[in-house]
Write a protein that binds this ligand. Structure first.
Ligand code: 5RP
Length: 237
């Protein structure tokens, strides 16, 4: 079953449920976006039915809709600027616990919520653990300045493409009303320097490089039988 979609779903479910075990009564938590976070929401729903009180800050319309459907009360960063923890997925994680996120185009709110939280719980499966970050780095851009931003992104060594919608003509529009530029990098020798360089481009809202969370990140790598839990102590120097 290893590698099948059933096995991947089981691994994601195990990671999501393990993350929910880290949530305590009275916490206000960030809720990331994606299929692995979905399982954490499902688990939280059961815990709330059993009597604990948890409130979530959703990072996307998708997560807000799921949380409401599953009876998880919601709040905002305005009302709760400091969060006890945030639970989110990732697309790639390297041995230094630097990540690429944003397949679901929710990267900006995800980074805001992760930065507001004391602990960042990343729920993932083994396929996302990579020896080095490479490939597509999603970047949210202001539509007004997307073409000029793309020229500067190209200068950082990537091939940038505006992400196209699937069931809509034209570009993906993020929950913030912006575009996503998928930047194809053959290699990323210094992810932190690249994150900084991308952030300095006018018109860039945020990138999917999450290179500064290793200190407070707990990574739950789901597996059908037993999840592994990685902390800052497991970061490869
Ligand atoms: C959305 C994200 C997701 O967290 C990431 O793509 C992982 O998704 P999934 O849990 O479905 O594999 O960054 O913007």
């Amino acid at each position: 079953m290893a590698g099948t979609s059933d096995a991947v779903a089981a691994a994601k479910r195990a990671a999501g449920y393990r993350a929910a075990e880290m949530v305590e009564d009275g916490m206000v938590i960030g809720l990331g976006t994606g299929s692995t976070v979905f399982y954490a929401i499902e688990a939280l729903s059961g815990m709330i039915r059993d009597g604990i009180s948890v409130t979530g800050v959703p990072t996307s319309y998708q997560t807000a809709m799921r949380a409401r459907e599953y009876g998880v009360p919601l709040t905002t960063l305005d009302d709760n600027p400091v969060l006890d923890l945030a639970i989110d997925g990732a697309d790639q994680i390297d041995p230094q616990h630097r990540m690429i996120k944003g397949r679901g185009a929710a990267l900006t709110r995800e980074k805001c919520v992760a930065a507001a939280a004391f602990r960042f719980i990343v729920v993932t499966d083994e396929a996302k653990i990579v020896p080095r970050l490479a490939g597509v780095v999603p970047v949210e851009t202001l539509p007004f300045a997307t073409k000029t931003a793309m020229a500067q992104l190209r200068g950082l060594g990537c091939r940038p493409f505006i992400r196209e919608a699937v069931k809509k003509d034209g570009p993906v529009i993020t929950d913030n009303g912006n575009f996503i530029v998928d930047c194809q990098f053959e290699e990323i020798p210094d992810p932190a320097a690249l994150e900084t360089a991308i952030a300095q481009i006018p018109g860039v809202i945020e990138s999917g490089l999450f290179t500064r969370f290793a200190g407070n990140a707990t990574i739950i790598v789901g597996a059908e039988k037993k999840c592994s839990v990685l902390t800052s102590a497991d970061v490869v120097p």
